[in-house]
Design a protein around this ligand. Structure first.
Ligand SMILES: [Zn+2]
Ligand SMILES: [Zn+2]
Length: 324
């Protein structure tokens, strides 16, 4: 991936400055990056970390805020060199779970998939000058809700959240009539060729983002790219199905830090949700997790491997216990 340094002091729209100012001192959990409302009592543990899918660090619950994060950290854009329309928004040094939200720049609009706690003026400056305007932010699941309401307000774009995870959204009470929060379920189109699909498993609302790159218009003849532009479907999978470090297969995990796998039936339900989708590439929430070809075949074989590791196999559409 190619690192892009951001302009340090870009001009920023007033509404973005106001949104940052308004939320600048709200508590953010240092372990997972979730932002809480002003009314949250800081003597409590973070609700996301107290859940068995995450953890409260042995050193105890600690809090920070956007002001502190902004003085200690900065954003770097990591642009994919195979498809320059895809970039990851990296925070340096890393923070909390340290996922990298993905920026997808399609011909009809740009989208951010997932969120992380830091939002900075250089990043807002970068996102306000994209070739196609930013049209929305969609979040895969509660571990990455982070400061997404602040992002949506500062960038003035809709925020897409799966309704089945609403109980985990810590700032639900702060959502006002001027906020563009879209609670969706099942499938939700974000724009031409781009949609989010609820798969469940890791959380009931865990989802993936699908981009049908074949639906993109061809580049104008006088601006042909110097190398071929990928046209295969691509899925952005977050924790819903994790691209393994091998970058050849997927893992199906209920709790990532506590190493608890997904139940076999939940794995099959995820596989079923994606069965109709044409795709050959997949990427998770980190720059070094990318399956560049045959991702759909990798999903099928990974399901078989994973079920076998848990003591099951499929026989004529039915789960059968392996005799070991
Ligand atoms: Zn937390
Ligand atoms: Zn997660």
């Amino acid at each position: 991936m190619r690192s892009i340094e951001l302009e340090p002091s870009p001009s920023i729209p007033l509404h973005a400055l106001e949104a940052l100012q308004q939320d600048s001192l709200l508590p953010i959990c240092k372990a997972c990056g979730t932002q809480y409302p002003r009314t949250f009592a800081l003597t409590q543990d973070c609700k996301i970390c107290a859940d068995p899918r995450q953890f409260v660090p042995s050193s105890g619950q600690e809090w920070t805020n956007l002001i502190e994060l902004g003085t200690e950290r900065r954003h770097v854009i990591l642009q994919d060199e195979v498809d320059e329309r895809i970039s990851m928004i990296s925070c340096e040094p890393g923070f909390a779970i340290n996922q990298t939200p993905t920026l997808i720049e399609t011909a009809n609009g740009s989208y951010i998939w997932d969120c992380a706690a830091l939002i900075s003026l250089p990043l807002i400056g970068h996102l306000s000058k994209l070739k196609t305007p930013l049209k929305g932010i969609a979040i895969s699941h509660p571990h990455f809700f982070s400061t997404s309401l602040t992002w949506s307000r500062a960038l003035k774009v809709p925020l897409y959240l799966c309704e089945d995870d609403q109980e985990w959204y810590q700032r639900s009470g702060d959502i006002g009539k001027d906020d563009a929060v879209v609670w969706w379920k099942g499938e939700q189109e974000l724009g031409p060729g781009v949609k989010v699909i609820q798969c469940g498993g890791h959380f009931p609302g865990s989802s993936i983002l699908y981009w049908d790159r074949l639906s993109e218009p061809p580049p104008p003849k006088d601006r042909l790219p110097t190398k071929p532009t990928p046209v295969s479907g691509i899925i952005f999978t977050a924790d819903t199905i994790m691209v393994q470090p091998t970058q050849r297969g997927f893992s199906f995990i209920w709790s990532v830090p506590n190493l608890i796998p997904l139940r076999p039936r939940a794995v099959l339900a995820v596989q079923e949700r994606l069965r109709y989708l044409p795709f050959s590439e997949a990427t998770s929430s980190w720059p070094n997790r990318w399956i560049r070809q045959d991702a759909k075949d990798a999903l099928e074989s990974s399901v078989t491997t994973f079920l076998a590791a848990e003591g099951w196999r499929m026989e004529e559409g039915t789960l059968v216990e392996l005799i070991t």
